[in-house]
Design a protein around this ligand. Structure first.
Ligand code: CP
Ligand code: NVA
Length: 308
């Protein structure tokens, strides 16, 4: 039984296997309607609980569709509607759910909830985003990069904006997949020092550069995300916007990257804030391929978790 909790906690060979398996499953169903079953149905007879303590469009739909394509069944649960949201312990919830379902995906706030769920569950647990990390997103992003440009190993990835949960998982992936990572953003919103240290200690070239135009020089991939995440206080919105405005990804910034650089955003986007529509819908952008690849990457993650 394998939990999928974070990219840096997962063996690099397993991660590579997941990407390869996702690519193979994707090509095997090319041209099929979304609701059509896969040829082999590894999740037949399996029940998957999808728990959301925060809003979601992509994660919710892509997990649900992915399970069904592989022949399994899903149960969508919102944290507030569960006893979990009303005082039942995470450990007891994990023990109980393990008697009903074969796999648990959870999107939550504090990562301690995810970790405790995994500790007490007898079935695999998948991280569907916490305040700290978003590993499923970055698996889809690696798949997307490699579909368009070949191996990501040795490439230069530049994160512009808030050093948030998605940025953290990119840092973890830099170590496991062997790419360089540059962060450009205000010092107050740097990625967590622990994660930068982990990557650097593992030999990853991590650069912090305050000037966004300097940072994107030679970039193979430019990535950004919302300026205000779900766990950020709305009262900090104006202050964050003021700090982050210089780090907007616009055509001028993309022009300073390599001519064939890709642009990624995990979505949902706030157009004309962290990135302009000219970039979001422009020639460098692969944002909707990323969204589609959530489906394929997560199908491979679920198979790996269940050893199927
Ligand atoms: N990118 C992502 O995780 O989107 P949702 O919040 O819609 O799931
Ligand atoms: N950083 C964003 C990602 C959403 C998918 C958030 O946590 O709200």
């Amino acid at each position: 039984m394998n939990h999928f909790l974070d990219i840096h906690k997962t063996d690099p060979a397993a991660l590579r296997g997941i990407i390869d398996s996702a690519a193979a499953m994707k090509s095997a169903r090319a041209g099929r309607s979304r609701g059509a079953l896969d040829d082999d149905l590894p999740l037949a007879g399996q029940m998957v609980a999808l728990i959301f303590e925060k809003p979601s469009t992509r994660t919710r739909v892509s997990f649900d569709v992915g399970v069904r394509q592989m022949g399994g069944q899903t149960m969508l649960l919102s944290g507030q509607e569960m006893q979990l949201g009303h005082g039942e312990t995470i450990a007891d919830t994990a023990r109980v759910l393990s008697r009903y379902v074969d796999l648990i995906m959870i999107r939550t706030f504090d990562e301690s909830v995810l970790i405790e769920m995994a500790e007490y569950a007898d079935v695999p647990v998948i991280n569907g985003l916490t305040d700290r990390t978003h590993p499923c997103q970055i698996m889809a992003d690696i798949l997307t990069y490699e579909e368009h440009r070949g191996p990501i190993k040795g490439r230069k990835v530049v994160w512009s904006g808030d050093g948030n949960n998605v940025c953290a998982s990119f840092l973890h992936a830099a170590r496991q997949f062997g790419f360089d990572m540059t962060f450009t953003g205000p010092a107050q919103l740097d990625p967590e020092a622990e994660f930068v240290g982990l990557a650097r200690n593992a030999g990853v070239r991590v650069t912090i550069e305050r000037d966004p135009h300097e940072a994107v020089k030679g970039a193979d991939l430019v990535v950004t995300d919302t300026w205000v995440s779900m766990h950020d206080s709305q009262s900090a919105k104006e202050r964050r916007h003021n700090m982050l405005r210089p780090y907007q990804v616009n055509e001028a910034l993309m022009a300073a990257a390599k001519p064939d650089a890709l642009f990624m955003h995990c979505l949902p986007a706030h157009r004309e804030e962290e990135a302009t529509s000219a970039v979001m819908d422009g020639p460098h952008s692969v944002v909707f391929d990323e969204a589609e690849n959530r489906l394929h990457a997560q199908k491979a993650i679920m198979r790996w978790c269940l050893g199927l």
